[in-house]
Design a protein around this ligand. Structure first.
Ligand code: ADP
Ligand code: XUL
Length: 518
């Protein structure tokens, strides 16, 4: 085996890597940014910012146009797709795409004379896709929980209590508010299985990693749970693709990609997974023992689990591990969103954020704290928006930068206790992980060394590794080639700062509890 393609459809961009798995090198790495490269959709961060009452939707046609643009740009850069032997991908989790019954026929009949967006526009039974940032379904969550006997039941079946951004509650809201369009819907895909279907030229399965983020899949048999389906919407079983292990093959790539971009007709497609499950693979954390923190648009903390264990507080989740078994995940919505808000307020760039601002203030910030919930937060569940500061005093840029970072990572530490894992190292990934100052605060708050990989994006790399794994390559071998921490990028904790944070944690928890009892 040699070349595989990994794709990642994230909140803000669509990315690709080509891996040479024999030599263990990343041959190509390219991204299309929805806001910059497809500005005609007016979704500068990849979603419609005018949504009301917690609705956050994206345009699925933008995602299709991004796929054609990404492959066109790679081809213009002299990438020879005919040598790619397998392709798989990673999608932002929970987002859903609603398709009419004609979807499969249109996929089969795609012509290389036109593009994906034009040919598939008429397949959508809903013009927008709710994504993971949507928090508009509290009512539906309560209804689903009540119908099956309470949130404990939803959690013991699906690995999570009913959660606003999860696909089941989103489907219920659609079915209730637009029953005609729901009736017209033949198939509901996740972002991951939607892209996987486009590549395979037919509807393909939802994998156990991303399926775990729907409040619909039963963790004990990794299949749709009839009680949860019934509690969600009428006739839902008939509208969902099957669940399948993440390394399932879905057949050769669609003739559209063969004719248009020169892929080999024998290039195999492997079903996609969610971005966090793919990142688990890309970070070399598929076996229990490693804790990963991803600092992307959202911040997440995740780890492979020896056995499924649910969060008694209802914030954490259990998903399928793409390598088999389970993984835990905790998601913090105000990740880069909050860091960017402070960066912009104080007119900083990432360099001055770290070098000029953060370095001016001591660990513990002289007790100045903030709760950086610019958007309704997921962990803890807080539905109001707007940051809260612990003092009326005007925060200097240094104090504000330190306050946002310390509060984010103390909040993460406070809400990951239930995992019962004391990490000896943290593996850091995501766009903000390249910032040394941020990595240092993570090391100091958790009191352990932080490792970083020398790869562009662990979700995209993980998607490529999954493509190779789906063709039978050994995952340990792939990890040893692509998931090695880069020497010189490890950040050691400062013992004095660690002591300060151990003392600071109860104060932070008290401040949080005082402001929000959740
Ligand atoms: P996603 O996969 O969710 O789209 P990424 O993992 O690509 O997100 O991360 C994108 C985010 O990373 C940007 O929104 C930006 O805020 C942040 N980022 C990029 N570079 C830096 C940096 N040097 N320091 C801090 N944050 C950064
Ligand atoms: C995880 C979550 C986000 C999305 C976006 O539960 O909602 O991390 O996967 O990347």
């Amino acid at each position: 085996m040699s070349l595989v393609l990994g794709l990642d459809s994230s909140t803000q961009s669509l990315s690709a890597v080509i891996l040479d798995t024999e030599k263990g090198i990343v041959m190509a790495n390219h991204s299309v940014n929805f806001g910059e490269d497809l500005s005609h959709y007016s979704q500068p961060h990849g979603y419609d910012e005018t949504g009301e009452r917690g609705e956050v939707h994206s345009n699925p046609l933008m995602w299709l146009e991004a796929l054609d643009l990404l492959l066109t740009q790679l081809a213009e850069g002299n990438i020879d797709f005919s040598k790619i032997e397998a392709v798989s991908g990673s999608g932002q989790q929970h987002g859903s795409v609603y398709l009419k019954a004609n979807f499969n026929d249109v996929l089969e009949g795609l012509t290389a004379q036109s593009d994906l967006k034009t040919q598939l526009a008429n397949c959508l039974s809903r013009f927008s896709s709710p994504i993971w940032m949507d928090s508009s379904t509290s009512e539906e969550c309560a209804e689903i929980a009540q119908a099956v006997g309470g949130n404990e039941v939803v959690c013991s079946k699906s690995g999570s209590v009913a959660v606003e951004r999860f696909t089941g509650p989103q489907i219920r809201k659609f079915a209730e508010t637009d029953p005609d369009s729901y009736a017209e819907t033949g198939t509901i895909h996740l972002v991951s299985s939607f892209f996987a279907s486009i590549l395979a030229g037919k509807t393909v399965a939802i994998d156990h990693g991303d399926g775990g983020g729907m409040n619909l899949m039963n963790l004990s048999n990794l299949d749709w749970d009839q009680d949860l389906l019934d509690a969600t919407a009428i006739g839902l079983a008939g509208k969902l693709p099957p669940c399948a292990p993440s390394n399932s093959k879905s057949g050769p790539i669609s003739h559209y990609f063969v004719k248009k971009y020169g892929f080999s007709p024998t290039c195999e497609t492997i079903i996609w997974s969610g971005d966090n499950p793919c990142s688990l693979i890309g970070m070399g954390a598929a076996s229990p023992g490693k804790v990963v923190i991803s600092l992307g648009t959202s911040d997440t903390l995740f780890a492979a689990m020896p056995a499924p264990k649910t969060d008694p507080n209802g914030f954490g989740h259990v998903f399928g591990n793409p390598a088999g078994g389970y993984m835990s995940l905790i998601c913090f919505k105000n990740g880069s969103l909050a860091r960017e808000a402070i960066k912009e307020k104080y007119e900083l760039n990432w360099n001055s954020f770290e070098k000029d601002a953060l370095s001016q203030t001591p660990a513990g910030n002289n007790d100045l704290m903030m709760l950086p919930f610019y958007e309704p937060e997921i962990t803890p569940a807080i539905d109001t928006e707007g940051p809260v500061f612990s003092s009326d005093h005007h925060y200097s840029s240094g104090e504000a930068v330190r306050a946002v970072l310390e509060s984010q990572f103390l909040n993460m530490r406070a809400h990951s206790d239930w995992l019962g894992v004391s990490p000896s190292r943290i593996y850091l990934t995501g766009g903000a992980s390249e910032n040394d100052g941020i990595a240092q605060v993570v090391a100091n708050v958790f009191g352990v060394p932080v490792d970083r990989l020398d790869v562009p994006s662990s979700a995209t790399i993980g998607a490529g590794m999954r493509a190779a794994h789906g063709l039978g390559e050994d995952l340990d071998d792939l990890e040893s080639k692509f998931s090695k921490p880069k020497e010189g990028l490890t950040v050691e904790p400062d013992p004095t700062a660690c002591d300060i944070y151990n003392e600071f944690l109860p104060k932070f928890k008290a401040f949080l509890a005082e402001q929000f009892t959740s």
